[in-house]
Write a protein that binds this ligand. Structure first.
Ligand SMILES: *[C@@H]1O[C@H](CO)[C@@H](O)[C@H](O)[C@H]1NC(C)=O
Ligand SMILES: *[C@@H]1O[C@H](CO)[C@@H](O)[C@H](O)[C@H]1NC(C)=O
Ligand SMILES: *[C@@H]1O[C@H](CO)[C@@H](O)[C@H](O)[C@H]1NC(C)=O
Length: 163
C-alpha cells in the first residue's frame, strides 16, 4: 500500500512537472513573447519596435514543416531575413531570441564587424531596416527543436544596423 502510494505520488509529480513544462514553454512562444524579446534588444540601441507579420509566420511554419520531415535548412527568398536556433532540449522562442540578442557582445559597432564570434543573428534582431517578424517553433523527427524567425525587410549586410 505504502509503495503503491509512493509510486502514485511520483507519477503525479511527473505529470505535474510535464504540465508545468508545457505551460512554461507555451508561455514563451506567443507572438507577443517573440516581439517582446526582439523589442527589448532593439530598445537598448534605440531602434523602433518590430510588428508581427502573419505572412512570415506562415512562411516560418511552412519552413518548419519542411524541417520537421527533412531537418535541413530551408531556402529563403532574398527579400526576407532568417534567424534559426536549434537545440537538443525544448528550447523556447524567448530563449532562442535571447541567445541571438546576446551576440551583442561580439558586435563591434565602431568597426562594424563581429569580433571573436559570429554575431549575424544579433544584427538581424536589431536591424533598423526590418519592420516586421514572424516566427515558429517545431521539433524535427531526430528530436532537435528548431525556432525559426523571418524578417521583412532583411538586415543590411554592409551598413551598420542602427545609428
Ligand atoms: C510552402 O513550401 C512549399 C514547398 O517548398 C512551397 O511551394 C510553398 O510556396 C510554401 N508556402 C508558403 C506560404 O511559404
Ligand atoms: C510581411 O512580410 C511580407 C514578406 O513575406 C511582406 O511582403 C509584407 O509587406 C510584410 N508585412 C508587414 C506589415 O511588414
Ligand atoms: C539605420 O542605421 C544606419 C547606420 O547608422 C543609417 O545609415 C540608416 O540611415 C538607418 N536607417 C534607418 C531606416 O533608420
Amino acid at each position: 500500500m505504502n509503495s503503491l502510494n509512493s509510486s502514485l505520488a511520483i507519477y503525479l509529480i511527473v505529470i505535474t512537472l510535464a504540465l508545468t513544462l508545457v505551460h512554461v514553454s507555451q508561455a514563451q512562444n506567443s507572438h507577443q513573447d517573440y516581439l517582446d524579446a526582439h523589442n527589448a534588444a532593439r530598445a537598448e540601441v534605440v531602434v523602433k519596435p518590430l510588428k508581427w507579420n502573419n505572412t512570415l509566420e506562415a512562411f516560418s511554419r511552412n519552413t518548419s514543416i519542411r524541417r520537421f520531415s527533412t531537418c535541413n535548412a530551408a531556402q529563403v527568398p532574398f527579400e526576407i531575413g532568417e534567424n534559426v536556433g536549434e537545440a537538443t532540449f525544448p528550447l523556447t522562442g524567448v530563449e532562442a531570441v535571447k541567445l541571438w540578442a546576446n551576440e551583442k557582445s561580439y558586435y563591434d559597432y565602431d568597426k562594424n564587424e563581429c569580433v571573436g564570434r559570429n554575431c549575424w543573428h544579433y544584427i538581424q534582431v536589431v536591424s533598423n531596416l526590418t519592420v516586421s517578424v514572424g516566427c515558429d517553433r517545431s521539433q524535427c523527427k531526430n528530436g532537435i527543436w528548431a525556432i525559426s524567425c523571418y524578417y521583412y525587410p532583411p538586415c543590411d549586410i554592409i551598413n551598420r544596423p542602427y545609428d
